[in-house]
Ligand binder design. Structure first.
Ligand SMILES: CC/C=C\C/C=C\C/C=C\C/C=C\C/C=C\C/C=C/C(=O)SCCNC(=O)CCNC(=O)[C@H](O)C(C)(C)COP(=O)(O)OP(=O)(O)OC[C@H]1O[C@@H](n2cnc3c(N)ncnc32)[C@H](O)[C@@H]1OP(=O)(O)O
Ligand SMILES: Cc1cc2nc3c(=O)[nH]c(=O)nc-3n(C[C@H](O)[C@H](O)[C@H](O)COP(=O)(O)OP(=O)(O)OC[C@H]3O[C@@H](n4cnc5c(N)ncnc54)[C@H](O)[C@@H]3O)c2cc1C
Length: 673
């Protein structure tokens, strides 16, 4: 890829010259302030400029094994530097978090197919931080942060990923020896999928059914050593390995794991929530779902990941669309930049708006998570179900939108979008993986729908509702009358709320009707399609509601020019949403054909305004060239030079004649068949 930033493609330069707001001001908002941007740039450059990383090597051409080994090598270069930088910065916990936050983006450029240590610093560390008692923290945390041990989160099994109550791994306690014995009684009880498990880590949090005093007490977390600290050989009774090639995440080293009479000391059961006394007496936690806490944290984090993947994909698609010229609109005119085709704007502009609104949602959810966790630490668990429902719902809606948007961006780049060097394939693979991991999206929507149906019943009975679902009262209050549409942002919000509430009502009624002949569980299953649609619409309500609230605040705090851009983005998001959900809206809102045509016209007007701001916004996402890593999306826009340079690096082009010519092709051609 061209490194010369001074020679920017003239079409792209012309676009940047027209930007009428301060791009830096947008960047400062996106990263949470000028200081954070400075930090991000510093940390990014600190790692990416390291020659030992050998980033010139295009790992996509390596074999599966070589890719993994290179990913481990690069990660170790990074982690060594991480500790050096951490010490230089002052060595506090806050410094560590700052570096880790920025590393999330940087690591994508260093190991594009995934990080073989990601679970150590995320789910493993977080579980130990949040589910242990004080002695356990003192014992394990220093070893984790010094990387004396490396760990993962081993929950999913061959037979069960979703319905974790039925995990089959057993941990049987013996009060005489004060040990648990871990076993995998069936093939389906083998752990399957945990990231970094195959050959990288030597420890894991293992979720297993606890048996004590002859009773099963449900799934509990245990810290288990899997490999010898010196030789890295699997310990006796441990059957462990890599699960093989996947659609993506090739270097994450997802693994399998079986136990045969593996002994684990008493102190290794995580005891913050459930407790087991040394004599084997089990003490229930205040809420059994506290043991699911790590999944909730990661689901919350996944919203910002989705926003960033969309931001990256739209940056590539837009920059390319501003330099690619094809197909005159007026027959006698020069070929326009492809962005002039309105359908191209329709492919890319709503995606940019989604990245911004998802970022608002990520900020909101992160704050909510913090406040509900603080309440939890004082023993008040009342809002746990609300957080669970919201994080499930938004994890599903945002990662579904993410995968769809990234794919549309790829399509918007035509043939070149299909090249690996375009940089969209890993983004897409990571997006689709996110639809499955940390809770499969349909299942996540069904969890959110449980909360909606409960809230609907509560509303019907005149009970109280949490803020985010109060719109159900409006629906019930209308008593079967349809919401009257008005074409304002709040009008659009009310329309989507009416659609979400209406679909919740349909699902609720479906269940009530079916309950006459079936159990509640069967009736709920039969209403499943309505339930997932209701939850999805609820997710959009949350996004729009939070988008409106957050963007109103932002507009009050930024320059008028940037404020207009945010207003434009919010309207784009809202109008795109209602047009995409018009079928659901029509069912529950009094909206005329003229209203819909007006919305369609409004979208065109919004595109017109956004046409000049779009490049400023994607530049404002501030992905440096090594991070964007795309022939089509580099800052200089020298797409064609980038493409040919990347092609020349293909291993096949390192010699004029490939040996297969002499081995096979020539003899075949000379054989006269
Ligand atoms: C220092 C580092 C800092 C930061 C790093 C941060 C981020 C890095 C970001 C990303 C990198 C991370 C990862 C890399 C990539 C991949 C890793 C992937 C990991 C995994 O996939 S781990 C495995 C994940 N597995 C799942 O998600 C399983 C999904 N299934 C479930 O969650 C449960 O089975 C399910 C569906 C919730 C059902 O549970 P259960 O059967 O027990 O419940 P019931 O149906 O009987 O009852 C439901 C009932 O329970 C309530 N509830 C359920 N969960 C919760 C909860 N968590 N909190 C509160 N309440 C809960 C629910 O509301 C129902 O209540 P009701 O009965 O309706 O009243
Ligand atoms: C890339 C990747 C990384 C992963 N990393 C980890 C890790 O580090 N640690 C770990 O423990 N696990 C990990 N996992 C496992 C992951 O969490 C599970 O695969 C996920 O939770 C889905 O569970 P499942 O595979 O059992 O799917 P299933 O539940 O078998 O899903 C199959 C189908 O059944 C449907 N279905 C299942 N239950 C219901 C229901 N109740 N109602 C309606 N439909 C239903 C689903 O919607 C889906 O369509 C990872 C997975 C992937 C893909």
């Amino acid at each position: 890829m061209s490194k010369n930033l001074s020679i920017v493609n003239k079409d792209l330069k012309e676009e940047r010259d027209k930007i009428n707001f301060n791009v830096e001001e947008f960047t400062n908002w996106f990263y949470g302030g000028a200081e954070k941007v400075k930090e991000k740039k510093y940390i990014e450059n600190y790692f990416l400029s390291d020659k030992d990383l050998n980033l010139e090597l295009d790992t996509s051409y390596l074999s599966y094994k070589d890719k993994y080994e290179e990913a481990v090598r690069r990660s170790i270069v990074v982690y060594k530097k991480l500790y050096k930088l951490h010490n230089e910065m002052g060595g506090t916990h806050e410094d560590f978090v700052k570096i880790m936050e920025n590393l999330r983006f940087t690591m994508g450029a260093i190991n594009p197919e995934g990080n073989p240590f990601v679970l150590h610093f995320s789910m493993f560390a977080l579980t130990i931080m949040n589910m242990t008692n004080d002695e356990q923290k003192a014992e394990w945390l220093p070893r984790i942060f010094n990387c004396n041990i490396l760990g993962t989160y081993a929950q999913t099994e061959l037979g069960h990923g979703t319905y974790i109550q039925r995990l089959e791994t057993t941990a049987t306690y013996d009060p005489k020896t004060k040990e648990f014995t871990l076993n995998s009684p069936t093939l389906t009880s083998y752990k399957w999928w945990p990231g970094n498990l195959g050959h990288t880590v030597d420890h894991a949090i293992v979720m297993a059914q606890l048996y004590s005093q002859g009773k099963c007490h449900g799934i509990q977390p245990f810290i288990v050593q899997l490999r010898d600290s010196e030789t890295h050989k699997p310990l006796p009774g441990i059957d462990i390995g890599d699960i093989g090639n996947k659609v993506g995440f090739q270097t994450v080293n997802n693994g399998f794991l079986g136990f045969k009479n593996v002994k684990v000391p008493y102190k290794n059961m995580l005891m913050k929530n459930s407790k087991l006394l040394e004599d084997g007496t089990f003490i229930k936690p205040k809420n059994a779902k506290l043991n699911y806490g790590t999944m909730v944290i990661i689901r919350v984090h996944m919203i910002i990941d989705a926003a960033c993947r969309i931001a990256k994909a739209t940056t590539i698609a837009l920059r390319y669309s501003l330099v690619r010229r094809q197909s005159p609109i007026n027959p006698n005119e020069i070929e326009p930049k492809i962005i002039e085709h309105i359908t191209q704007q329709n492919k890319i502009f709503p995606g940019i708006a989604k990245a911004v609104v998802f970022k608002c949602m990520a900020d909101y959810l992160t704050k909510l998570h913090l406040s509900i966790t603080q309440e939890g630490n004082t023993g008040n668990l009342a809002r746990m179900p609300e957080l669970h429902a919201l994080s499930c719902c938004l994890k599903a809606v945002c990662t579904n939108e993410d995968a769809k948007t990234v794919e549309v961006c790829r399509l918007s780049c035509g043939g070149h979008g299909f090249l690996r060097s375009a940089g969209l394939d890993d983004v897409y693979r990571n997006s689709t993986a996110a639809q499955t991991y940390e809770g499969e999206n349909t299942v996540m929507l069904l969890q959110a729908a449980r909360f909606l149906i409960k809230s609907f019943n509560e509303a019907r009975n005149g009970g109280s509702l949490t803020e985010g679902v109060k719109y159900l009262f409006d629906f019930i209050g209308r008593n079967g009358k349809r919401e009257i549409f008005d074409n304002s942002i709040n009008g659009i919000l009310r329309a989507i709320q009416a659609a979400a509430a209406g679909r919740t009502y349909i699902a609720w009624k479906h269940i009530e009707d079916d309950k006459r002949h079936n159990s509640i569980e069967v009736a709920t299953n039969l209403a499943g399609v309505h339930l997932t649609k209701a939850a999805e619409l609820h997710g959009y309500v949350c996004l729009l509601q939070v988008g409106i609230e957050e963007i109103e605040k932002i507009i009050r705090n930024v320059s008028p020019a940037l404020g207009l851009v945010f207003k434009n983005i919010l309207e784009l998001f809202a109008v795109d949403l209602i047009l995409n959900k018009i079928g659901d809206v029509i069912q529950h809102v009094d909206i005329s054909n003229e209203d819909i045509e007006k919305l369609e016209k409004q979208m065109e007007t919004l595109f017109k305004f956004f046409r000049t701001s779009a490049i400023g916004v994607v530049d404002g996402f501030d992905f440096s060239d090594p991070i964007i890593d795309s022939t089509l999306g580099s800052y200089d826009g020298n797409v064609y030079e980038n493409l040919i340079n990347a092609a020349r690096k293909s291993p096949l082009n390192q010699e004029d004649v490939n040996r297969t010519f002499h081995l096979y092709i020539k003899p075949f051609m000379k054989s006269n068949l």
